[in-house]
Design a protein around this ligand. Sequence first.
Ligand code: OOB
Length: 555
Amino acid sequence: MSGVDAPTWPEEFAARYRAAGYWRGETFGGLLRDRAAEHPDRIAIVDPGGASGTADASGVRRWTYGQLDRRADRLAAGFLARGITKGDRVVVQLPNIAEFFETIFALFRIGALPVFALPAHRETEIRYFCEFTEAAAYVIPAEHGGFDYRDLAAKVLAEVPTLRHVFVADGDPGAFEALSDVPAAPGPIPHPPAPSDLAFLQLSGGSTGVPKLIPRTHDDYIYSLRGSNELCGVDADSVYLVALPAAHNFPLSSPGSLGALHAGARVVLCPQPGPEVAFPLIESEGVTITGLVPPLALLWTEAAPSSAYDLSSLDVLLVGGAKFSEEAARRVGPALGCTLQQVFGMAEGLVNYTRLDDPDETIVTTQGRPISPDDEIRIVDDEDEELPVGATGHLLTRGPYTIRGYWRAPEHNARSFTADGFYRTGDVVRLTETGHLVVEGRAKDQINRGGEKIAAEEVENHILAHPSVHDANVVAEPDPYLGERTCAYVILRAGAEPLKPVAVKRFVRERGLAAYKVPDRVEFVEAFPQTGVGKISKKDLRAAASARPDSPGRP
Ligand code: OOB
């Protein structure tokens, strides 16, 4: 991997990770080729949506490993013919449809880098991803969830000079090119990526004004897949249900769809994560494993006992992305008849799992332990001093699949990584006697809204753009379903027209921000609480939000 766009592992670490057998010199293009050669006729992808192309009588599309491999080859040739080459960035914003996999494997093969946007992102985020990465292309569905992505693409295309292509993967392409028109006869790939090259850019949850981009290599990510498969019991007979948005790191790699494809297993795409859509698919496709954020795990747990569907194929339910309460965790096994596996991971790297054979108490009370014996964990105080085992402090980590820096962000990297390369996770944790981590809180200025991460500063900046607003602070408040929701405290300008909360929400939404970032509650105040040295005290604001008499999270 080139050190130009992001810091990489020093050679002594890289050598160690290779010698230990973590980095085995595999690429994503190669792994699909290998699986297709081993068992071309096994089913790789099941897309129940029947979006387009070959569907069986029920509208379900099934692609074998051989078909996925050939489709990726042909699409790779088509991308090359359109001048998309190694190192080019391509913003991929697709829902859970089969074309997501065809697209990313085609890009992996030619060494172009998918930038994993989420379907919820809107103009502000997409324009930023395209501009910042100088993207050459943008891949969208025509419509999804009642939103027309072609309108969004037209705006972004007009604003971002590097953007040369918009490909529409599903539905009427309108003014753009249909992805299905791109494939061409495969030929030699001029500069195939090396295992140490970047494979893609993942998005950080972030705590700053704009999201950071996470550069992951073939070698490091594939190691995390292999390690995850082993710990989650994924093998060629597994059936993984992608219930969360496919591009997110959790359903992508923990062990996720890519872990399943690495194992030669079957990936079933779930268009909606609610029980009414997921449960029938679990029954009809014999799903064995899936991953959910806590609010969805709660819904599934509540729905399962009275469900008419047979969920007995489900062996493992992974829950992560946000803290899963002990009480909720205890209910999963009895309600769903499967093993709960807690996962505490991050797109920057480190992933912790409870082990399938851990005692029940460990499974319900901890967030697991790292994948790798070479995942280094430090728990430190505010001065970076190591704390005694069992004490609660800041989690720092370094290891064979944790990045050494964000992409093109040297100033931010100086703050987010220690001089010796540990990533400052922003999580506040403690270690149990058994070596399991318990997440106790968070030091980063972020709201974790049921697993969806919101950087307070990003939302504050948008509220501050309102002409009547003097100052704004966004904090988390407890929510019984989501765990946390957002509350914006706003000071209006002296003499400004009084505003209603709904006007602030509308203003933020109309600035083209993903809906999950729009504040759940807006409160107008005269002043913000201050710390002893006159800084605004977010701690006091959070306490105020939690203590409101009508706060839904109040016990
Ligand atoms: C996953 O990845 P991201 O990048 O969206 O968010 C990472 C952050 C962590 O730093 C932590 O603050 C929080 O999400 N988090 C948890 C958690 N899992 C993630 N906080 C408490 N308990 C948990 N179990 O969210 C992610 C990536 C891979 C696998 C699973 C989750």
